[in-house]
Design a binder for this molecule. Structure first.
Ligand SMILES: [Zn+2]
Length: 320
């Protein structure tokens, strides 16, 4: 297998931006829509798409850098296609949308029956949902076989499509995701699905999946988070620092005597809400305070707590 960096023509320490630019340039050049019937271009497109798919992902990239190969998906696109109708084992590394498209039913010849619409999950971070983002979405779709142009299956000896008249190709679209998206939201992109002979071209259905965030849980347009403070901080009051999704530092005043479980609402610090007027409305941050009971007291602390206990006992009348 060729080196992914070589395929994209970038140095090993290239930034994400450089990799993205290199990929876009090559993908445009070799895109199947622009090179109908050109097998070399098609191979090249699959190659650069495979390389980019790994190098754009920090986890995949570092694992590739370490091992010189990407183990998450051992099959190159070429192998996968060659195996497609029979070798379902080889799909182990692929996402289920690919699977779903092909696996559901088979026709008489044992080839996967064609389904018009393609479902594809798109994973977005909370930051991406907050600002909106344009992203490349990679997927596979069926097109009219450029070699045989889909002549009747009975007469068809086409080796490019195994006589199916249609062919699975790797492709991508650049899609703009607006603010205000939520988990399971479906975005229908008409005419970007599978080609089915005698029918029409189906749709691409993007299903939004919101990635887990290390600090915030999403609830509508609100962001839920929690902070733990110490006993003395709870008793005396304090100021805690919090960062919103836009990396802005917020100083939150904690009043003396705060109880564990108290929820503080930071208005307008949550997720951007879509509206027609341009002005950006936002949800809130809900900050849940947890008070930590001290453990492993050192001698000095223990003495102070004993002293505190004594004071409490004298202070609180045990009458009534
Ligand atoms: Zn063909």
């Amino acid at each position: 297998m060729k080196d992914f960096y070589e395929i994209l023509g970038v140095p090993r320490d290239a930034s994400d931006e450089v990799i993205k630019k290199a990929y876009r340039k090559l993908a445009k050049k070799y895109h199947p829509d622009k090179n109908p019937g050109n097998k070399k271009a098609e191979e090249k497109f699959k190659e650069v798409t495979t390389a980019y798919d790994v190098l754009k992902d920090p986890h995949k990239r570092s694992s590739y850098n370490l091992s010189g190969q990407y183990s998450g998906n051992k099959n190159s696109f070429k192998d996968t296609y060659a195996d497609m109708p029979f070798g379902f084992d080889s799909f182990a590394g692929f996402r289920d949308d690919f699977f779903e498209n092909l696996f559901n039913a088979t026709n008489i010849k044992g080839f996967p029956k064609l389904i018009l619409d393609i479902k594809k999950e798109v994973f977005l971070t909370l930051e991406e949902i907050d600002t909106g983002i344009e992203k490349d979405v990679f997927y596979e779709k069926r097109i009219l076989c450029p070699d045989c142009r889909g002549i009747l299956p009975v007469m068809n000896n086409c080796s490019n499509c195994d006589g199916e008249g249609v062919k699975l190709v790797a492709t991508y679209i650049s899609q703009k995701f607006d603010i205000g998206l939520y988990d399971s939201k479906e975005i229908i992109i008409t005419g970007k699905g599978n080609f089915v002979p005698g029918a029409k071209i189906g749709n691409l259905i993007l299903i939004i999946r919101v990635k887990d965030h290390p600090n915030f849980a999403k609830k509508g347009y609100d962001l839920i988070t929690s902070k733990t403070i110490t006993f003395p901080e709870a008793a005396l009051g304090t100021i805690i620092e919090l960062e919103n999704l836009r990396k802005q530092k917020l100083n939150v005043k904690i009043k003396e005597g705060i109880q564990t479980g108290t929820q503080l609402v930071l208005h307008g610090q949550g997720l951007a809400k879509p509206n027609d007027h341009g002005a950006r409305d936002r949800g809130d941050i809900v900050l849940i305070i947890a008070v930590e009971t001290p453990t492993n007291l050192i001698k000095e602390e223990k003495e102070l707590y004993l002293k505190l206990k004594e004071i409490y006992n004298n202070k609180i009348p045990i009458t009534s």
